[in-house]
Structures are given as C-alpha cells and as structure tokens.
Write a protein that binds this ligand. Structure first.
Ligand code: FSX
Ligand code: SF4
Length: 316
C-alpha cells in the first residue's frame, strides 16, 4: 500500500497514541518505521491452541481500520488460522516456509493441553509436541489472551485436559525466547497491535511488570473507575433498570482486584467499557479468571467482611 507522507505520519501518530496514550512519540515511531523498508517488515505468525478464537475476532473487528493498517504497513501477516485461505497440508506448508525463511514473531493464542494431548492436534501431531519447535525459531513470543497467559477458561475447574499457559509450556520445553503477555478474555486490540508495533518500531521489548506491558495494565480498574465517587459514598446498584451510575461492587464487580487501563483505553473503537455499560467487571484480565467462585459474586458472599477480606474473596 502506497502512502503519502501525511498519511504515513498520521499512522505513526495513531500507533504512538495506541502504545503510549499520547502522540509525543510520533517521531520515534516514524523513525523506526522509516528504517524498515518494505522487504524488512517483520513477519508475523498466529497460532491457536485451546481457545475460542475470541482474541483474533477482537483484534480484527475491534477497530478494523487499525488492523488493516497494522497488516498493511507494520508487519507482514504471513499465517493466521482464521484469515488464511489455505487449509490442511497447504496451510502447514505456509507455516514451514515462513518459519524457515527468516525472523518472525509468534503470537500464541490459547493454553496448551499437557495431559490430554490429543485435545489439540496440529498437523497430525499434538500441539504440545509441535509448538516448541516453532517457538525456538521465533524472534519473540507474544501470549495473546488470558488462556495463553494464565490458562484461562480451558484450565478452569477440573482442567481435564491439563491446560497450561504459554510461560509454563516454554519452561517445560526449555524455550528461551522473550515472552510478552497480553491478558484479557478477549484481548483489547490496542494492546496486541500496539505491543507488536512497539517492538517492530523500536526493536525493544516494552517495560513489563510480571510479564505484562506496564503501559496497558498500570493500576487497578477500581482506582480509575468513573463510579469511584459512588463507591466512596456507599451508593450501590440494587436495580439495574433504574440505577445506571451506582457502584457495582455488590453485584460482583472485580474492578478492585484487576489491573488494567480499561476505563481510559475503552473498547470497540473507544465506544464504551463494561462498567460504563452497567455491567460489573468480571476480571477477565485477572490471573485467576474465570475464578473458582461464581463469575458474578452475590452480595451475600461479602457479608460482614472487611475490605481486604472482600478483595481476597474476589480473587478466589
Ligand atoms: Fe481465551 Fe483467546 Fe478468551 Fe477466547 O485467543 S482469552 S477463551 S476470548 O480466544 O484465548
Ligand atoms: Fe470499583 Fe467496580 Fe465500584 Fe467501579 S463499579 S468503583 S471498579 S467496585
């Protein structure tokens, strides 16, 4: 895709605000992309283990224009299970060709079944036995979504398949590559596209806290919430029909234990965010998601608890 200089700088400003929340780094991003000639745009492979595909749907549909810009100007998206026309052996051939042709970044979605290995088969081979070979050729690995980062829904309850997250899998298979985790069920497109764009443009890994980019998960949702005043004043929602601005704590909101910039980054092209739509935060970014207790905690489960006991209850 050919771009005018103005379009190029507009795109750099978009990436800058996506990654940093402001346009102040537009020049740095522009320099990075200028260094990358068309032929050097890094290759990207997506691969999916146990997941619902929601993360890819979120990345591609969340803000379609950003995704098209991302695959047209920032990376060369070579293989994606939902976007590739090829199937079966042709699809496998594309993965082999790309992975042998030079450096690539690997985006892993989903957790890996370590006990019931046949739960996820790839090219007639359990994903558990195949994935590490691909990882060892990658420049860096991005774990996209809560399943890939922490096990998520496939690892919940009795975890019959023995699903493990990508970091645990890499440890077991002795894969020593940089790993960046982007939790969320599903991921917010900004966080995935922004992280990869940052690595591509600067050649650096963003600042991480417990493996996740600090920029996207800086503080508890509760501390940034638009309903914090209602919480302070003890105005809690009892009737969803008539009360649309009250605190959702007693409806099971997990904002007090979940680190994310959701309140400011927002979703669906910045249209809204769960709490603003009057839905309690379900903590989909939390390490324990989907939790052993009910997804929406009842007011009863908080009865007579102190604030710190309540928070412990939310993390179970
Ligand atoms: Fe898991 Fe993502 Fe939730 Fe689904 O890739 S984080 S179930 S939205 O698809 O893995
Ligand atoms: Fe905190 Fe949730 Fe209430 Fe917001 S709605 S103030 S995140 S408990």
């Amino acid at each position: 895709m050919n771009m005018t200089r103005r379009q190029f700088l507009e795109n750099c400003a978009k990436v800058s605000s996506m990654v940093f929340g402001s346009c102040v780094f537009t020049n740095e991003i522009a320099e990075g992309f200028t260094r990358l000639s068309e032929s050097k745009r890094p290759q990207l492979i997506f691969i999916q283990s146990q997941c619902c595909t929601g993360c890819s749907i979120s990345a591609t549909y969340g803000n379609e224009e950003d995704f098209i810009n991302f695959i047209s100007n920032i990376v060369r998206l070579q293989v994606h299970p939902n976007l590739s026309f090829s199937q079966g052996t042709d699809y496998m051939r594309s993965i082999i060709e790309v992975s042998n042709s030079g450096p690539f970044y690997l985006v892993c979605e989903g957790s890996v079944p370590a006990r019931m290995k046949e739960a996820c088969i790839f090219n007639d081979e359990p994903m558990y036995d195949y994935l590490h070979k691909l990882m060892k050729k990658a420049a860096a690995v991005v774990a996209s979504g809560t399943c890939a980062c922490y096990g998520g829904i496939p690892a919940s309850n009795q975890n019959v398949t023995g699903a493990i997250p990508i970091d645990e899998y890499m440890r077991r298979m002795k894969v020593n590559k940089p790993l960046i985790k982007i939790p969320g069920c599903p991921i917010n497109p900004d966080r995935l596209l922004g992280t990869v764009a940052y690595i591509v443009a600067t050649g650096k890994i963003p600042e991480l806290v417990k493996g996740v980019p600090k920029k996207y998960y800086p503080d508890l949702i509760h501390n940034q919430c638009g309903r914090y005043q209602a919480f302070n004043q003890g105005h809690y929602t009892k009737n969803f029909e008539t009360e649309k601005l009250n605190c959702l704590l007693k409806n099971g909101c997990r904002g007090p234990v979940t680190y994310s910039d959701c309140p400011t980054r927002r979703w669906n092209g910045k249209v809204s965010v769960c709490i603003e739509s009057n839905a309690p935060c379900i903590g989909c970014i939390h390490q324990e998601f989907p939790f052993r207790t009910a997804l929406y905690l009842e007011e009863e489960s908080f009865k007579d608890l102190t604030w710190s006991e309540m928070k412990k209850q939310m993390e179970k």
